[in-house]
Design a protein around this ligand. Structure first.
Ligand SMILES: *Cc1c(COP(=O)(O)O)cnc(C)c1O
Length: 370
């Protein structure tokens, strides 16, 4: 059974969970922004002006100036015509897939895509197929089978349990040749990858022409909450008319939109957090290699250590907690049978001492845990 644990502190390197202090390597707050003073102030200031709740859906009076401004900023930040806010990433994926696809269409998804993409694909009623992970040959075969039907290919930009980056240039080229629409879920790329932090598309230099449907979330590296879909004007207009998870839900609190705007300003003014995170990733991997720890192949903040059996992951997790560390103990069905792992996430806020302490604890736990 999975179990909910109670957090009594802000997100950060030092957290208090179930009344115990830990060093955290479990959060998606990759830049350490979730408790940044400028974001807390933005939340308070905007709440003074707008109050706490949005009061209604976007189309029935809940769309504030703060939401509008954020959508315009997100469009500019990602280099897209227009962006549309959703209350969560799960809802954004459900909304975009069910609005753009219908029975008789074709949807192709990477085998390791996030559950929200898989659920959206199934809910759309389209012919749903999964291609082998990051495998261009497998995608090609499936595209051939879809033939002349309307086809959408969906992939994570950065895979949430593995940390690897999708081969987006090759996928985009293939989609172009087959006249298929490409959707990239960049929940773990936005804020982190690319020169300006605009994500995996910026990392590869891919534009709206290459990746027409870009989805990103705001609750991870941006330290806020919510999600967006960005792309061509007519596609966004279509979502406003037909995406039920956009239409039939209360808009995000306007103050939360203001927090995201403040986070975007910090991203642009202070690139050092992205650089620090890249430094931490390289340092962590080099030190892990010195200790003989075989991390999975990943150059992002997600640094999983493949363990295999669920029971061993749970034993390692318990040992690490005793040593004062929180990591993710990820088991099937979140990952494949026999591929249970410790999911370690790094942040710009971790020091070298934090990372060295974790690595020593992991090495010791592995030795003592058969
Ligand atoms: C977290 C995540 C989501 C869901 O976003 P929420 O805003 O948390 O609902 C979607 N896709 C991926 C790849 C994610 O990691």
């Amino acid at each position: 059974m999975r179990r909910v644990r109670i957090l009594d502190s802000a997100q950060g390197v030092q957290v208090v969970v179930d009344a115990t202090a830990y060093r955290s390597f479990i959060s998606n707050d990759y830049l350490g922004l979730a408790s940044h003073p400028a974001l807390k102030k933005a939340l308070g200031d905007a709440a003074e002006h707008y109050g706490t709740g949005s009061g209604a859906s976007h189309l029935l009076g809940g769309h504030s100036r703060a939401h509008q401004q954020l959508e315009e900023e997100l469009a500019a930040f990602t280099g897209r015509d227009r962006a549309l806010l959703f209350s969560t990433g799960y809802m954004a994926n459900l909304g975009v897939l069910t609005a753009l696809l219908h029975k008789g269409d074709c949807v192709l998804q990477d085998k390791l895509n996030h559950a929200s993409l898989l659920d959206g694909g199934l809910a759309s009623g389209a012919d749903f197929r999964r291609y082998l992970h990051a495998d261009i040959g497998s995608l090609q075969k499936h595209l051939d089978r879809c033939g002349e039907r309307k086809t959408l290919v969906a992939t994570d930009g950065v895979f949430s349990m593995d940390g690897d980056i999708a081969p987006l240039p090759a996928i985009a080229a293939l989609c172009h040749r087959h006249d298929a629409l490409l959707l990239v879920d960049d929940a773990h790329g936005v804020g982190v990858l690319g020169k300006n932090g605009a994500g995996s598309c910026e990392h590869f230099g891919l534009t709206q022409g290459d990746v027409p449907v870009l989805m990103g979330t705001l609750g991870k590296a941006l330290g806020s909450f919510g999600a967006f879909v960005a792309g061509p004007q007519d596609m966004i207009e279509m979502l406003i008319q037909f995406a039920r998870p956009y239409i039939y839900t209360t808009a995000l609190p306007p103050a939360q939109a203001a927090v995201t705007s403040a986070a975007l300003r910090l991203l642009q003014a202070e690139s050092w957090r992205r650089e620090q995170l890249q430094h931490n990733i390289a340092f962590f991997r080099a030190q892990a290699a010195e200790r003989g720890l075989a991390l999975m192949e990943s150059n992002t903040a997600i640094q999983p250590l493949l363990v295999g059996a669920s029971a061993r992951v749970l034993a390692l997790d318990a040992r690490l907690r005793e040593s004062g560390f929180l990591v993710g103990a990820v088991r099937p069905p979140t990952v494949a049978e026999g591929a249970a792992r410790l999911r370690i996430t790094l942040s710009a806020a971790h020091s070298e001492a934090d990372m060295l302490a974790l690595l020593d604890a992991v090495a010791a736990a592995l030795q003592d845990t058969p």
